[in-house]
Write a protein that binds this ligand. Structure first.
Ligand code: HEM
Length: 242
């Protein structure tokens, strides 16, 4: 790890996760993430994501999907499966500050401090668990947002992550992902089954909803294709599918 990295900072997280590591560091840190995910049962994630979405939408006629469901539900359910409390409110700002081209703000640094404490203090194992939650956050939200938009409009569902950024020799390198939404090779996403299960559970619970008049807007980042705001309204009586 570079000397100038403050332990417990966002820079520390980047320097400690598989995602931005190379060589033996990548192999060791990826194994920590894969081992942490191994006992997590995909069917149980799907069921819990369905139940949590039902709970959050109960009594609501209009739902802002990206803010209230697509990020908090998968992250909260995955955190619980990893033996953590619901840390989704802290994962969201850390995920927004995670990539090396972003300058983290004080809120993201504070959120990471709380996540580190919840995960058992600084170390590579903690970084691996936080890495899983952060990697799951925006990408799974994109999967959910794109599939929901597609199912409600009849248009094809687009791939949420169009390109991935890696850090090689201190430089950011962009690698296109055309046709491989979960990547490929030794860096392929280790959470693809879990992400599919979480998305399926959420989408089942949203089957009674339709698009509202509010225009769907899209995230501006060139490597992402996912809604920024996607609003739906209940079209069946509450309690239908849930
Ligand atoms: C439960 C949800 C998820 C978890 C826990 C997860 C976890 C991870 C982790 C730990 C990595 C780093 C692997 C490494 O560097 O060796 C990764 C990479 C990746 N993930 Fe996921 N992920 C999730 C959801 C998704 C979704 C929904 C997508 C896109 C549809 C996605 C696309 C990718 C891609 C493309 C990479 C490779 C990045 C690269 O090659 O640099 N992930 N994921």
């Amino acid at each position: 790890m570079p000397d100038e990295v403050t332990p417990g900072s966002i820079a520390w997280l980047r320097a400690s996760v598989a995602r931005f590591s190379n060589g033996p560091d990548h192999v060791r840190r990826r194994a920590l993430a894969v081992d942490a995910l191994a006992p997590v049962d995909a069917d149980s994630l799907q069921h819990k994501a369905f139940e949590r979405t039902c709970r959050l939408t109960a009594g609501l006629d209009v739902v802002d999907v990206m803010a209230t469901i697509a990020r908090p539900v998968p992250v909260g359910v995955l955190a619980e499966a990893l033996g953590l409390p619901d840390v989704s409110a802290d994962v969201v700002p850390v995920a927004a500050a995670y990539h090396p081209h972003v300058t983290p703000d004080a809120a993201a640094e504070a959120a990471l401090g709380r996540l580190i404490a919840a995960c058992g203090g600084p170390g590579e194992r903690t970084a691996a668990r936080i890495g899983l939650l952060v990697q799951a956050c925006d990408a799974t939200a994109g999967l959910i947002g794109n599939r929901l938009f597609a199912s409600l409009t009849g248009k094809p569902a687009e791939q949420p992550v169009l390109a991935t950024r890696r850090r090689i020799g201190g430089e950011d390198v962009t690698v296109p992902l055309t046709g491989t939404p979960f990547g490929a090779g030794p860096r392929a996403c280790p959470g693809s089954r879990h992400a599919e299960a979480l998305a399926t559970g959420v989408l089942e619970a949203l089957r009674g909803f339709r698009l509202t008049e509010r225009e769907t807007t899209w995230v501006a980042a060139p490597n992402l294709r996912m809604p920024a705001v996607l609003q739906v309204a209940r079209s069946r009586p509450a309690g239908g599918l849930c």
